[in-house]
Write a protein that binds this ligand. Structure first.
Ligand SMILES: Nc1ncnc2c1ncn2[C@@H]1O[C@H](COP(=O)(O)OP(=O)(O)OP(=O)(O)O)[C@@H](O)[C@H]1O
Length: 262
């Protein structure tokens, strides 16, 4: 198994973002986590990529423990966060050089690795221009090329196609499919059912719990009545139709001071 997690949990103050999540991913397998807003998908990925410490449970990536062997875990992972994580003042070449240095690629191999990544991303012509002004698709391609530079075995993608136009989405999926064909394992989150259906298995998560996991047909059969039941219907059957509008972002946490009387 490239990834195993058992009883993973994490709270923020009184909010139990992830309650008890367990699953495993085989080498070369792809899994999509789907769930309503605030279900705990990003928090789960945050823990598995060592960005967040779990409160409960344990997990390993390529045999390394996410808490005790974080550096080893990170060496096996290629990660694309939900928000672009790029310094817009840097050029693609500078961005890739920085990553090569941070991941301690051998000095003699760095220049070639940067050039290969630039070619893979199709950004050779723009290699020395600052990223400010690049399209969303160009930035995602660069981030994916960067995520691959150190030779990861598992790609973790948090809503990778968010904000991309159809052309950008198709291009990103062609790249992801190509990597899968070469044996890369993929763990991703998405709100697009069609994207989830491209993965080998799908996990449906809500309120911090994994409600169901299986192939599209297995989920359809178990929760939709027949093997061709619509995935969105299965999703709604398991998670309900209520809107998830609760404010949990920064505005809800702003401390309101009483007005000073004049
Ligand atoms: N840093 C944080 N501080 C406080 N609460 C947080 C923090 N990060 C996440 N949460 C809360 O934990 C819960 C799970 O959030 P998470 O971002 O993991 O959900 P999600 O499934 O990724 O949602 P979305 O589909 O909207 O991205 C939510 O209630 C969220 O508000």
């Amino acid at each position: 198994m490239i990834l195993e997690c058992h009883g993973l949990g994490r709270s923020f103050g009184g909010t139990e973002a992830v309650a008890d999540v367990s699953f495993a991913l085989a080498e070369g397998e792809s899994l999509a986590l789907i769930g309503p807003n605030g279900a705990g998908k990003s928090t789960t990925l945050g823990m598995l990529t060592t960005a967040l410490r779990p409160d409960r449970g344990r997990a390993t990536v390529a045999g390394a423990d996410i808490a005790a062997q974080a550096a080893q875990v990170r060496a096996s992972l290629g990660v694309l966060f939900q928000e672009p994580a790029l310094d817009e003042r840097l050029s693609p070449r500078q961005t890739l050089r920085l990553h090569a240095a941070m991941h301690a690629l051998p000095r003699h191999a760095r220049a070639a690795a940067v050039e290969k990544a630039l070619d893979w991303a199709g950004l050779r012509e723009q290699a020395d221009r600052p990223l400010r002004g690049f399209s969303g698709g160009m930035k995602r391609r660069l981030e994916l090329a960067r995520a691959l530079m150190h030779g990861p075995r598992l790609l973790v993608l948090d809503e990778p196609t968010l904000g991309l136009d159809p052309q950008g989405r198709l291009d990103l999926w062609a790249r992801i499919d190509g990597l899968r064909a070469e044996g890369m394992a993929v763990l991703m989150t998405t709100h697009a059912m069609a994207e989830a259906e491209r993965c080998d298995r799908i996990g449906i998560i809500d309120k911090g719990r994994l409600l169901a996991i299986g192939t599209r047909a297995e989920l359809a059969l178990a929760h939709g009545g027949h093997a061709h039941a619509d995935l969105e219907q299965v999703f709604l059957t398991l998670t309900g139709r209520a809107l998830r509008d609760a404010f949990a972002g920064p505005p809800a946490r702003v401390l309101r001071l009483p007005r000073r009387s004049a």
